[in-house]
Design a protein around this ligand. Structure first.
Ligand code: NAD
Ligand code: WQD
Length: 339
């Protein structure tokens, strides 16, 4: 049995990945401090996979708590989802972001090294590319100084992983640059459950759809794009989870640093999203145009061909799958996991 420590495994992407890991025959161990998730997700995961997935409560910044996990389990690889991810909050609380994300990843890698576990998969982000010079973005597109502390923690951790791999070539590092994860498990049992008013587009749309919010504000309609709204590469979270399974197979077998874009390669505008969402709910979703949001890039989408060539992975779900599954999750759980 190959045992995978999934830090942040109670969160949005982690919970979906745990399910796909079990389905692929791996033994995940979830490690989370519930900073941005709820214990209720664990029973949902167990229900979907039909057995109890081991869970350990802890913080990746705690060496002692991590050591306990490595004492109790023979961990073959670690997937590190644990981190803080709110762009705006990171501007107000930079020290918390560097501590949680960079110090957390450093502590985790240090404990892994001490226990001889050298296989690491990291949740990076397309945010490391900043405002693209050209599209689509390949893994060789320049990584830039980020425009917010959150983004910079991703850049810093990527460099830390690469430098550690050079110092200790037995490490296998996989840096996965996610584009815009959306959607939910088809069961409607797990999905994205942000605290407070959502910052991101899809959870905002789902909350408008169930009446928790009045209407969507579309941030900017004067961008140099086909319909004037920003373009992103939205990827279904289950496709993203499967990308981790594919990456893990590679990670366990090929030392080195491996960087992959995980996206569909297709750019959709905010208005494309509204249109698809309106289709999912069978009525027009209310929206209005609002000023541009500071820091937004105009357009961002992946060239995902490296992941296809080396990992045999491609995103299969359509935009309509993404919006329908997001809505299904929110409809079944109008108040998220609190219900
Ligand atoms: P999430 O907040 O739902 O999940 C993160 C999980 O990590 C949560 O369950 C949280 O409680 C836990 N956590 C946070 N700090 C911790 C700590 N110090 N110790 C233990 N657990 C801790 O976020 P997500 O959307 O699932 O994102 C997962 C990862 O992917 C994050 O690192 C995020 O930066 C990255 N990422 C997310 C997106 C996105 O749009 N969702 C895009 C690119 C990259
Ligand atoms: C998408 C589009 C908004 C909300 C962020 C992070 C990025 C990554 C993913 C982690 C943009 C528009 C949004 C709303 C709107 N996270 N929008 N009204 O900004 O591409 O990426 O999440 O790494 O680092 O920056 O995603 O979902 O916030 O926005 O019009 O109420 O929707 O302007 O064009 P973004 P998003």
């Amino acid at each position: 049995m190959t045992t995978i420590l999934v830090t942040g495994g109670a969160g949005y992407i982690g919970s979906h990945t745990v399910i796909e890991l079990v389905k692929a025959g791996y033994e995940p161990v979830i490690f989370d401090n519930f900073y941005n998730s709820k214990p209720a997700v664990l029973a949902r995961i167990n229900k979907i996979v039909g057995r109890t997935v081991p869970f350990v409560s802890g913080d990746i910044r705690s060496r002692e708590q991590l050591e306990q996990v490595f004492e109790n389990y023979k961990i073959d690889a670690v997937i590190n989802f644990a981190g803080l991810k709110a762009v705006g909050e990171s501007v107000k609380k930079p020290l918390e972001y560097y501590d949680n994300n960079v110090n957390g990843a450093r502590t985790l890698l240090s404990v892994m090294k001490a226990y001889g576990c050298k296989n690491f998969i990291f949740s990076s982000s397309a945010t490391v590319y900043g405002e693209p010079d050209s599209l689509p973005l390949t893994e060789n597109s320049p990584v830039k100084r980020a425009n917010c502390p959150y983004g910079q923690t991703k850049v810093d951790i990527e460099y830390m992983c690469q430098e550690l791999q050079i110092a200790d070539p037995s490490f296998s590092m996989v840096l996965l640059r996610y584009f815009n994860p959306v959607g939910a498990h088809e069961s409607g049992l797990i999905g994205e459950d942000p605290r407070g008013i959502p910052n991101n587009l899809m959870p905002y749309l789902t909350q408008v759809a169930v009446g928790r919010l009045k209407e969507l504000s579309v941030f900017g309609n004067d961008y140099p794009t086909a319909d004037g709204t920003c373009v992103r590469d939205y990827i279904h979270v289950v496709d993203l989870a499967l990308g981790h399974v594919a990456a893990l197979n590679h990670c366990l077998n090929v030392p080195g640093t491996h960087i992959y874009n995980l996206g569909t390669g297709i750019g959709y505008s905010v208005l494309d999203m509204v249109k698809s969402f309106s289709k999912a709910i069978g009525r027009e979703l209310p929206y209005k145009f609002a000023p541009r949001r500071a820091g937004d890039v105009v357009a961002c989408y992946a060239d995902p061909s490296k992941a296809k060539a080396e990992l045999g992975w491609v995103a299969k779900k359509t935009l309509d799958d993404m919006t329908a599954d997001s809505y299904n999750w929110q409809k079944n759980n109008p108040n998220g996991y609190e219900d």
